[in-house]
Design a protein around this ligand. Structure first.
Ligand SMILES: [Mg+2]
Length: 332
């Protein structure tokens, strides 16, 4: 296991924001549209051949809330659920959130009305990916696995009470933690460690993580067909083409996208988006894991430089925040 670097912290946060911004332009689109987008405009942007590169660079709720989580960790020096809950309530109350998820929206309204942080979360069976999509900074900040699991769970249950959503948050934080520390990605060790870390929250989720071993040996079309229905009750269809915001398939697809090409950020984000569905979130989670593994220099710089939140919290601000998080985590 190698020692984490400042570049990996920045790579994780910028990697998340860039994946999110790229996916945002096709959020909720069906598979065929996303396939055409990845093989058309995205390739041209990557090659620097189309000047409206990556749209506006605007990232969405996934990365806005991950950024707020990182700010909270830096300011508090630890995970403080009351501070983070206040930040979630504020970004919704001030209407700064972009592409809101309804479970998070309703929890934010309850927080604003005075509910305690551990009472406001949306109850099961709602089990969206809203708590997983923002969990990456937890994987950067903590170097103790039990503390990481607890913090990923606690930040998650502010908005999502279903244990599957917490398991998804633990999976993303654990993936960032492991990707940053493994010099070379050993796929089966990576999968089994994430399964172990999620099993404490939800054993069914951990079983779905283990499916990755089989899916990684399948052609992409077969892998997505398998992963899209993980955790879905037999006979129930969600009508998404292809990866829905349900926490199980969207988190597993993000892990798959990273593991398919662990040494190539761009290819991983393309895999996340090309199959359609909740692609801003799958690309955000994939981008965070890949950026944590490879570091900031592995991202396409001419596209990364464009990320912003309505003209503020741009590339330089985010890199500076990630560097402060690195210093705080090492000193802390
Ligand atoms: Mg979003």
């Amino acid at each position: 296991m190698r020692r984490p670097t400042k570049n990996q912290f920045s790579g994780c946060l910028i990697g998340q924001c860039l994946g999110d911004a790229l996916g945002f332009l096709r959020e909720g689109f069906p598979r065929e549209d996303c396939e055409n987008y990845v093989s058309g405009p995205m390739q041209l942007w990557h090659q620097g051949k189309l000047d409206d590169a990556a749209g506006t660079g605007q990232y969405t709720d996934d990365s806005q809330l991950a950024r707020e989580l990182m700010q909270s960790l830096v300011d508090c020096g630890s995970f403080d659920p009351v501070d983070y809950a206040n930040r979630i309530a504020a970004i919704f109350a001030e209407d700064r959130i972009i592409g809101r998820g309804m479970a998070t929206h309703h929890a934010a309204m309850r927080l604003a009305a005075g509910d305690a942080w551990d009472q406001a979360g949306t109850p099961p069976p709602s089990a969206g990916n809203g708590s997983a999509m923002r969990a990456a900074p937890i994987g950067l900040f903590f170097d103790d696995r039990q503390q990481l699991i607890q913090a990923a769970h606690d930040q998650g249950r502010i908005t999502h009470l279903d244990p599957r959503s917490s398991a998804g948050a633990v999976a993303i934080a654990s993936a960032v933690f492991l990707a940053m520390r493994m010099e070379e990605i050993d796929r089966s060790a990576f999968v089994s460690q994430i399964a172990r870390m999620t099993a404490t929250l939800d054993e069914g989720f951990a079983d779905s993580v283990c499916e990755l071993n089989r899916c990684l040996s399948l052609p992409l079309d077969d892998a997505v067909d398998r992963i899209a229905v993980l955790g879905v009750e037999p006979g129930k269809s969600d009508h998404w083409d292809r990866i829905s915001p349900f926490v199980v398939p969207s988190v597993i697809w993000s892990l798959y996208s990273f593991l398919r090409t662990p040494d190539n950020y761009w290819a991983a984000v393309c895999t996340a988006i090309r199959v359609g569905g909740d692609v801003d979130t799958t690309a955000a989670m994939t981008g965070a894991i890949s950026g944590a593994h490879l570091g900031l220099e592995a991202l396409p710089a001419h596209l990364a430089i464009r990320v912003n939140d309505r003209g503020s919290w741009d590339y330089d601000d985010l890199v500076s925040l990630a560097e402060r998080c690195f210093e705080r985590s090492v000193d802390g």
